[in-house]
Design a protein around this ligand. Structure first.
Ligand code: 4AD
Length: 503
């Protein structure tokens, strides 16, 4: 028979005054000798459980008082509203059963270095930060599927083993397929173009692989990408689709994950501004911005602000150092130690940004029409805007073979990148596709690709070719932008990077 008193922490709000049992893990605790405060997590939230000496057998009180972090247990008590405690409710404990007592859990509430946490990712996933990000990622993925399913798109699962390159050949991962060298997919796009000629509006959603020799905060070697592809669409239609799509993701996260966004310190007010229309810039306009005086002034102002921020942080560190050497309780010392580790690592990052500012300003000022925009160029443009920005019409020679040449200007293609605002950078890449057989073959040859390897793809231009296009949105980059997380490795449970693959 089901035990009706068993509830989840997220359900406590419906059980005020009742005696309930929670099952979970000890997240954190402290004791005054008479009262033990246990923070329990159960996967749905956190709850402070108050154990009063005398209300339980002494032996049990003792065990609970000294229970190690991440011990698993069931705990029973009366629910009461307490606005000051995490989650807004707490439990006045009447009983508890320890399932697996734990000693020396390696990740303490104090801060740890990035490498240590990545090596312990199987445990670090239990931290509040990773939990909040994981919940938001879940919503992002749900919103993605909902948007396409509600707008007449059919899901088509494209293969992971592929024989042709969709993006730069240098970033292909080779696989030995029963003696034949093939690749892990970089994009489902080429297959999706074929499916669009059957279903009209399609999308694929899965892991993609790029052997990027890049260790930046925006690159993984395995990441999740959703790619819609639409028959009979033009550039304006694509941009409209992309802005409605991104807006729908942000709206759903704001609706379902406000508390997680707050815990992460995400900029909720900035997210609330995300509504169509997004900004639209051509690549040529973006180059004018980068090389203009506005950018020069912007970068100088930014440098000054960062230097002021550095001074404030150093003063705060000095103050905390002083407090820590004073006569304070151990738990206060631990709290300050954690704060200091965070502040010092933020300071290291700030120093890097201060150091990079003049380099990036120089790169921007010297940018010449024809190159692809670099990561720092995208960052600058995105820092100068408070809503996402479409950058369109890139130089043909800097872009993939499948992008359609602009009929009005044969130096550029009908493509776009969508840059997330306030410094995050590119989250979407897309284009109208070259639908003319001869022009496509020519583009392949110019890029040293052998058209014979693309026979089936070229067939699509022989049999009922139509204007069509689509785009790809990176899930980890989108989650990082929404949550305000600096590095996309935090936005997937088990990240794969060029120099890091621990578990
Ligand atoms: O701009 P990309 O390379 O576009 C394509 O792959 C097209 N075939 C998509 C299409 O038109 N159907 O990649 C699209 C997005 C990027 O904007 C970025 O969000 C993400 O995929 N992305 C990465 N994310 C994490 N790590 C990497 N190494 C990534 N490379 C691309």
């Amino acid at each position: 028979m089901a035990d009706n008193s068993k509830v989840c922490i997220s359900d406590l709000k419906n059980n005020t005054g009742s005696n309930v049992t929670l099952s979970g893990w000890l997240y954190n605790s402290r004791s005054s000798g008479k009262l033990a405060f246990l923070i329990i997590r159960d996967g749905t939230g956190l709850c402070q459980c108050i154990v009063e000496k005398g209300r339980l057998p002494d032996e049990l009180f003792n065990q609970l008082e000294h229970l190690g972090q991440e011990s698993s247990l069931t705990i029973t008590g009366t629910v009461r509203a307490e606005p000051r405690s995490a989650g807004g409710y707490e439990l006045a404990v009447t009983d508890a059963k320890i399932i697996c007592p734990t000693a020396d859990y390696p990740i303490t509430p104090k801060s740890h270095g990035v490498d240590f946490l990545l090596k312990n990712r199987h445990l670090h996933l239990r931290s509040q930060r990773q939990w909040c990000i994981g919940k938001i990622r879940h919503t992002v993925i749900d919103a993605i599927r909902r948007f396409f399913n509600d707008n007449g798109f059919t899901l088509v699962d494209t293969p992971i083993f592929t024989t042709i390159a969709g993006e730069e050949e240098q970033s292909l991962f080779e696989v030995d397929y029963f003696g034949t060298p093939i690749h892990l997919t970089q994009t489902g796009q080429l297959y999706l173009e074929s499916a669009a000629m059957s279903f009209g509006r399609v999308y694929c959603f899965g892991p993609t692989f790029r052997a990027e020799k890049s260790k930046t905060r925006r690159h993984l070697t395995e990441f999740w990408m959703v790619e819609p592809e639409v028959a009979f669409i033009d550039m304006d239609g694509l941009l409209e689709l992309a802005e409605n799509f991104v807006t729908s993701i942000v709206i759903q996260v704001l609706k379902e994950n406000r508390t997680q966004l707050e815990t992460l310190g995400a900029d909720i007010a900035a997210l609330e501004k995300i509504k169509p229309p997004f900004y639209r810039l051509t690549y040529t306009q973006a180059v004018e911005i980068l090389t203009g005086t506005k950018t020069k002034e912007f970068m100088a102002k930014q440098l000054e602000e960062m230097q002021n921020q550095k001074q404030r942080m150093e003063a705060k560190i000095a103050e905390l150092d002083k407090q820590q050497s004073g006569q304070i309780k151990q738990w206060q010392k631990d709290k300050i130690a954690a704060e200091l580790i965070d502040l010092r690592s933020e300071l290291v990052e700030l120093d890097t940004r201060i150091e990079n500012n003049p380099k990036h300003a120089k790169l921007a000022a010297e940018f010449r029409w024809g190159k692809d925009l670099g990561g720092s160029d995208e960052t600058i443009i995105s820092q100068m805007h408070d809503k996402p920005i479409f950058v369109t019409h890139y130089p043909k020679d800097a872009k993939a073979f499948y992008m359609k040449t602009d009929p009005g200007n044969d130096k550029v293609v009908l493509n776009f990148d969508l840059l997330a605002p306030t410094g995050f950078g590119e989250i979407i890449g897309g284009s109208v596709r070259e639908d003319d057989y001869d022009l496509l073959v020519k583009r392949m040859e110019l890029q040293d690709l052998n058209p014979e390897n693309y026979n089936w793809y070229l067939d699509l231009r022989k049999y009922g070719s139509v204007p069509h296009g689509g785009f790809g949105l990176g899930v980890e980059r989108t989650v990082a932008w929404i949550t305000g997380e600096k590095h996309i490795r935090q936005c997937i449970a088990f990240p794969r990077m060029m120099d890091k693959i621990y578990i």
